[in-house]
Design a protein around this ligand. Sequence first.
Ligand code: SIN
Length: 334
Amino acid sequence: MPLKTSSLMDKNFSRPMPKTPLMPNKKILILTTGGTIAGSGDDHLKGSSYQAGALNGETLLSLLPSIQETLEVQEIAQIDSVEITPHIWKMLLESLHSKALEYDGFVITHGTDTMEESAFALDLLYKKDKPVVLVGAMRPSNALGSDGMKNLCNGIALASQSPYRGVMVLMNDKIYNPHTLYKAHTYNLDAFASRNGGEIGYVLDGCVKFFYHPLPSIPLPFEPQDLESLPKVEIVYLYAGIEELPQFSHKVDGLVIAGCGAGNIPSKIKSSLLQLQDDGIKILACTRGSQGFVTQSDFIPAYGLSVPKARILLALCLKHSFTQEAIQEIFSHF
Ligand code: SIN
């Protein structure tokens, strides 16, 4: 469920950051999945060489400095985020939904590589009204200049103070909307960027400040159990000189085309895709670009969604056997 606003929202964007933390003594559940934030390496000076997900949830919690909030931890997985699956999203949602009455907010520790996909999938399927904040790190826990505990502390502050009751991402002090954020840098601490915009807020020394209202909520008919056995949606990345579509060894239910510019597709490829579309395969036109949107196409335009996010949404739409028109209508909200 996309972010919701509350009447507590400060509408005066020019007001300075609060000077002292609110210290609300809230009860926060930390759900751990692994990633670099739980990473550990042999050489403190080499922050790029380590094992992601080396520390379990309890060990991660023991690294935190003393803070006001009451913290509990639940380990969901201990993996590198390239191994994240829809099943793990379902496990996270089960915990978020079953424990919403017990906690004031949730923080999910997650590898940064696929954080944009997990944040988006959770956002589409989260049904409760407690803040959920994904945090990660670009340097492992024992590297010089590690950012993990700072991001985790900021995530806890955001989960306990946010007037928004949906899914957010906190990295490098910045608050991001799950619809728009993407990982833009492979190593730098300021690794995330936002499609067609910037961060929506900031956390400084435990004080939360929003600059923008998140996008209004879009009611969507999806449920966490949809994540079991999702239809097969593959990605085709176009390039100059491409001669033919790649062949897949399994049956494909949908294709997301990472097109050139505003979703443009070379004529040879387009005629193959039109044939597939006539055969009932749902085809989504997206862009290779990191900014902008696709609004016009012979296929379903992905509007402002990135390729990996459009793939998740198309798979959910196909799980419900929505028509071409219904899918087009859903994507037009993004
Ligand atoms: C991962 O995504 O699990 C490894 C990389 C990272 O967390 O930054």
